[in-house]
Unconditional design. Structure first.
Length: 315
């Protein structure tokens, strides 16, 4: 990635590069500025009407656009640096990876619903550095071949709630899923031996020392409302993000984002029991986006709403 923090805006707040907001029936996008080694953006774009036509070309940038098809698409054509590309019929879960250092346009005449991840090539450096391999310069997932990738489909689905409610997103969760996505793409399509990637993920690696564990958990507990990133916690432990996730899970039994969510719920429960604070204020104090966010998480954890739990406790 070049020296500027935002060399090209591929997913903006209003629209993707390849069409206008008005031409879409639904648009949901999110960018993680906390993701290590360059920002990573995602979006889900849906059009239910035929007749969009040819897309506008992408800005040239050292990024990969990984596209997961969510609604089956018939065979169509595209252009890669002005060369015709025939794209076969694609079912749900089909994956294409486009190198955005090159120019692409597509025939979007038929309705579509797809998930897009815009990934700087520098984002793969952490994976290759851990494996002591050369940098990944290109992903090999040709657009002219139908290829179903269930892992990418599941990761895209995991991000649906985040895209639907960006205000409920946390840096820990999005960075966790983004890292899983980057690691998977590197292992499957980045000229790495996928077995080596799997073996690296299976290794115990370094455990957290009691001091490291205390540093990390104290950082989270000292300010439950803070939107702490995965990179911050990994730096406190002196480990890479992927090693940190595995080490943290060995100690606590859950990944960092899940552990933090449980601490927030527990603190909310204590405030419901021990104070007369309005539930909306409790939600803010515990790091939830709003009262509805707390209610959704609390109800899932305890099978009752915060208000109902408070009434039952005081009965």
């Amino acid at each position: 990635m070049d020296a500027s923090p935002h060399p090209e805006t591929l997913v903006g707040a209003d629209r993707p590069f390849f069409t206008t907001r008005e031409s879409l029936d639904d648009i949901r996008s999110l960018s993680s500025v906390s993701f290590a080694r360059g920002d990573l953006s995602i979006g889900r774009y849906r059009r239910d009407r035929p007749g969009h036509g040819i897309s506008t070309p992408n800005p040239i940038s050292p990024m990969v656009m990984a596209v997961v098809i969510l609604r089956p698409r018939p065979a169509h054509v595209g252009w890669h640096d002005d060369r015709l590309v025939e794209v076969p019929a694609l079912g749900a879960g089909a994956l294409n990876c486009l190198d955005l250092r090159e120019a692409w346009t597509m025939d979007l005449s038929e309705p579509f619903d797809s998930f897009h991840a815009f990934i700087p090539l520098t984002a793969f450096d952490e994976v290759t550095s851990e494996m002591k391999r050369s940098r990944i310069e290109r992903l090999h997932c040709p657009i002219g071949v139908e290829h179903t990738d269930e892992t990418m489909l599941n990761l895209a689905r995991a991000l649906n709630p985040v895209l639907a409610r960006p205000e409920h997103a946390t840096a820990l969760f999005t960075d966790h899923v983004f890292l899983a996505m980057v690691t998977h793409l590197a292992g499957m399509y980045g000229d790495l031996d996928h077995r080596d990637v799997q073996a690296g993920a299976a290794r115990k690696g370094r455990m957290l020392t009691p001091l490291q564990e205390h540093r990390v958990t104290s950082r989270l507990l000292d300010d439950l409302a803070a939107n702490t990133s995965l990179s911050e916690l990994a730096e406190l432990s002196g480990l890479s993000r992927s090693y940190f996730i595995r080490a943290f899970k060995q100690i606590t039994g859950m990944p960092p984002y899940r552990w933090l969510l449980m601490q927030r719920v527990k603190h909310a429960k204590a405030l419901l029991r021990g104070t007369n604070m309005p539930i909306a204020e409790i939600a803010a104090a515990c790091g939830f986006a709003d009262q509805s966010h707390l209610t959704r998480v609390f109800s899932k954890a305890f099978r009752t709403s915060p208000a109902a739990w408070r009434r039952q406790w005081r009965a």
